[in-house]
Design a protein around this ligand. Sequence first.
Ligand code: AN7
Length: 352
Amino acid sequence: MPAKTSFSWDKARRRRFGVWRYRELLPINDDIEPVTMCEGGTPLIRVNRAVNGNVYVKFEGGNPTGSFKDRGMTVGVTIAKHLGVEGVVVASTGNTAASAAAYAARAGLKCVVVLPRGGVARGKLAQSLLHGAKIVEVDGVFDDALEEVFTEAVINGKRDLYPLNSYNPWRLEGQKTIAFEIVDELSEVPEAVVVPVGNAGNISAIWKGFKELYNYGLINKLPKMIGVQAEGAAPLVATWKTGSNALIEVEKPQTIASAIRIGKPVNWLKALNAVKESGGVFITVSDNEILEGVKDLARYEGIGVEPASAASLAGYRKAVEMGLIDRNGLAVLIATGHALKDPDTITKYFSY
Ligand code: AN7
């Protein structure tokens, strides 16, 4: 019997799902074989009830390990494998670790994850264990863990371990595909893209994606980038308010959203530039507003996100209230990670 459709489910076609559909816009030679799990291609879901307005959620919880980190990790681990290193190392508040552990496993590379002791949500820790990463815990917060990786892997030159934190440009190359998908799916450029900000890699990467489309003449306008931080972990908001280009660090960042409990964001300068250039803004939201966001996405929309991700809904509401973005304008909220990442916070605050 001849096939009824013209689809050819060959290897090449499957490899070109999600992030790798945009291979021409990634600076990677065609002869390099990607380490991929078909990440990206995540749902863009119309918001019906959580807010009035023309709003979509880009649900990055739909990625293979449940967060947007997979977009960067597929590219980063592809490069690591190509370089022939023995393994990879990351400092992480949890999602980067989970993603690195999974992609390293797939590539046959070792993986070391450096985590702030007691500061990582249980689902993420479980994923790192599941995929066989070596876990090193550091007393302190994420920023201390990152310093450890930077000192060991970069300064002391442990060349067998390739550092994959978001100062690694390959990660950002993968994450910029969020912008490509938004434009592809909506066939227009939103007025605002709202992004929870921790280390500030994602907001920088998404802006890079939009800028590339603009520079290639594929779009003729750009969105405002709205960066949202938790009140107790808001170095970029503090810096934004001064109007200067000197980062105001937060020594002891605190928020219920452990993913973005970061006081010294490594991509701070890129992110400041992205928000400024786009005509956007950095704003804070409280932990209560974040929890309201989690609840409303879950109960009005059926979308389960971890706390950090709900900062985008909380931030959108605030930005509209403050008149920073148009209530009727098209907006996309980046929901960065899945609810299952952080079962403890959910059972604590949504108990029966
Ligand atoms: C769910 O995993 O930094 O501003 O080590 O997990 O690009 O850092 C996670 C960050 C937002 C912030 N939402 O993104 C890590 C880590 C979720 C996250 C962010 C993170 P960036």
